[in-house]
Design a protein around this ligand. Structure first.
Ligand SMILES: O[C@@H]1[C@@H](O)[C@H](O[C@@H]2CO[C@@H](O[C@@H]3CO[C@@H](O)[C@H](O)[C@H]3O)[C@H](O)[C@H]2O)OC[C@H]1O
Length: 476
């Protein structure tokens, strides 16, 4: 077994044979996220709140069990049987470094990461290591686990230096592992100046290469992996590197401007928005990896009778995206492998202890639209409209678009700050309170809700992925 390499526009094995990586992201695991696992706000907040509520011993026990059950050998077997060959593994820097004890490696961080990498390898699945959360927050959203919309990673050299230190440690640890297809040094940067991200990549490239000359690097574009327009000819300095877009389309979300029927105009729009993201790579003849994409799905408990029709529409979007990717022989990683029922290939059954315990709380979260991802907030829009109106009235139009505009419209910014950050913050203790008085056995049962055999399958999605795997195998 030898390392995969980037050669021109392709990923190849040791014989120069093309390998197309098709897989999914293990979001919500070593970087937990609100809509994936059902808590409010950010991971660092719920971890602190749980420790406050039940003590640090029980809290650590619960999270360790959660990490263990979230991905086991059954998951690897199912994943492989879906015709997929690569898992993107997002992780939070906090597993490896404590903010109060910087630059001291927490070796316990490797416990589950090593375990899952080895399990995947055993079943012939490559992995890509994705630093989803860096000190200070490398982007403006909840999944950077910073608790704020200011991506302070770009404002403090020390946050960047700590991340360089961490990548050196990780590269040392994994440099000989040929089942790791590569490193994805930073998920979805949002650098308002567009240049600091390139400087950082250049530094991280050097730090990793000094200890690990072999693994491929996958660099996300700026502004949530969508924009390479400032990258110029920097690629000439970086060998064995691919470039990652995240190809989400509005058509796959409740905020879609129209019903998606896959007509010619809609397909053209789908392709155009994808091509725009990869323009720079195509001009320079570089390798593209689509590190995240995929629709979200309707749920019976919230969307009622419309559920099936909505999901059929989303599957049409999914198939049309796959057709585009197949034509380009694109490597991709769909978002998401497992969650509590919004986007994952598999999801925790509503009958489990976790979902029963949080039934009412989850309904409240949905009613208040506090998770930003795929939220339909039309029913509570009037509450926030006065704030939108006030800003529109008092702030000159030319100052209303703050980066990451235009990706974030004024309405989105207000939603992120007022619901996803502020309102969520008020619900953190309430989430933790659900665990008070539970014994270790009960905590174990709650965590085991995330085990593969306690999950249901999103059959429509899995069938499309499996059929696609057979299709591409035939035409290979
Ligand atoms: O952890 C993931 C996270 O990586 C992912 O981030 C979001 C990606 O999409 C961003 O918005 C898109 C920007 O480009 C436009 O063309 C698309 O229409 C938008 O969807 C969004 O701001 C990021 O938060 O999201 C899911 C998380 O679980």
């Amino acid at each position: 077994m030898s390392f995969l390499k980037v050669s021109g526009t392709k990923i190849v094995d040791k014989d120069g044979k093309e390998v197309i990586l098709r897989g999914a992201g293990l979001g919500g695991w070593m970087n937990m996220e609100n809509f994936i696992s059902g808590y409010p706000g950010c991971e660092f907040q719920i971890r602190a709140a749980l420790a406050d509520a039940v003590g640090s011993e029980k809290s650590e026990f619960f999270f360790d069990k959660f990490l263990e059950y979230f991905f086991t050998e059954d998951d690897a077997i199912f994943f492989k049987s879906s015709g997929l060959n690569c898992i993107r593994l997002p992780f939070n820097y906090r597993h490896f470094e404590d903010d109060m004890n910087p630059r001291v490696l927490k070796t316990g961080g490797f416990k589950h990461l090593d375990r899952v990498i080895d399990l995947c390898a055993k079943h012939g699945i490559y992995t890509i290591l994705d630093l989803h959360t860096a000190p200070g927050g490398q982007n403006t959203d909840w999944h950077a686990d910073a608790g704020t919309h200011i991506a302070n990673f770009w404002n403090h050299k020390d946050f960047q230096d700590r991340t360089l230190w961490l990548w050196k440690e990780l590269a040392e640890h994994y440099k000989d592992n040929t089942w790791i297809a590569g490193y994805n040094p930073l998920n979805e940067p949002t650098d308002p100046y567009h240049t600091r991200v390139i400087d950082f990549y250049d530094q991280v490239y050097k730090v990793i290469r000094a200890v690990d000359p072999d693994h491929a690097l996958f660099f996300d574009g700026n502004t949530f992996a969508s924009d390479f327009s400032y990258f110029g000819d920097v690629y000439k300095k970086w060998e064995n590197s691919a470039y990652a877009i995240h190809d989400y389309t509005l058509f796959g979300f409740p905020s879609s401007p129209e019903q998606y029927v896959g007509n010619e105009t809609q397909q053209r729009r789908l392709r155009r928005s994808y091509e725009k993201k990869r323009e720079w790579m195509d001009k320079a003849g570089l390798c593209v990896w689509n590190g995240e994409w995929g629709p979200v799905y309707a749920r019976k408990e919230y969307d009622g009778e419309k559920t099936e029709a909505i999901n059929e529409e989303r599957y049409t979007v999914l198939k049309d995206q796959l057709a585009i990717y197949n034509k380009d022989r694109l490597s991709w990683s769909i978002w998401l492998y497992k969650d509590i029922g919004f986007q994952g290939m598999v999801f925790v059954s509503r009958e489990t202890p976790y979902m029963t315990l949080f039934k009412d709380f989850l309904a409240k979260k949905h009613r208040l639209a506090i998770d930003a991802w795929g939220a339909d907030e039309t029913h509570i829009r009037s509450v926030y409209q006065p704030l939108v109106d006030l800003i529109k009235q008092e702030v000159p139009e030319r100052y209303q678009a703050i980066y990451p505009a235009p990706v974030w419209k004024l309405q989105d910014r207000i939603g992120r700050l007022s619901r996803n950050i502020l309102l969520s913050e008020f619900m953190v203790k309430e989430w933790a309170q659900h665990f008070v008085g539970k014994t270790e056995t009960e905590l174990d049962e709650i965590a085991s809700s995330f085990k593969f055999n306690n999950c249901l399958f999103r059959d429509g999605l899995n069938k499309i992925l499996k059929d696609n795997a057979s299709l591409v195998a035939e035409s290979a």
